[in-house]
Write a new protein. Structure first.
Length: 108
């Protein structure tokens, strides 16, 4: 299973999530950002290549749906509701990710 973590700039939240889940059995974790100047900008090809997308906030989900014609209710995009107030690898951010993401992944 390929999973993608999305935030705005792909500098703090989504790379942290990618690191936290990169060794999870049965998944390949990736990250990208919605901003064109992101470290790894989100592309149509990347969206099409993954099984599940974890959007940090609702506006990321809405941007993905609008830009790439992803259908609401298809279950491909999960909103984590993690605000942009954390530094990369912040222990509180890691705890939030560990509490919210695993229920959507294969058993680890």
């Amino acid at each position: 299973m390929r999973v993608l973590f999305v935030c705005t700039a792909n500098k703090l939240r989504s790379p942290t999530a990618e690191r936290v889940f990169r060794d999870w059995p049965g998944i390949e974790a990736l990250s990208a950002g919605t901003d064109r100047d992101s470290v790894q900008p989100l592309s149509k090809e990347l969206v099409a290549s993954v099984d599940l997308i974890f959007a940090m906030e609702k506006h990321h989900r809405d941007w993905i749906r609008k830009k790439f014609n992803e259908r609401p209710g298809d279950g491909k995009i999960i909103v984590l509701d993690i605000p942009d107030e954390f530094e990369r690898d912040d222990p509180v951010l890691v705890q939030l990710l560990q509490a919210k993401v695993p229920r959507y992944l294969p058993p680890g």
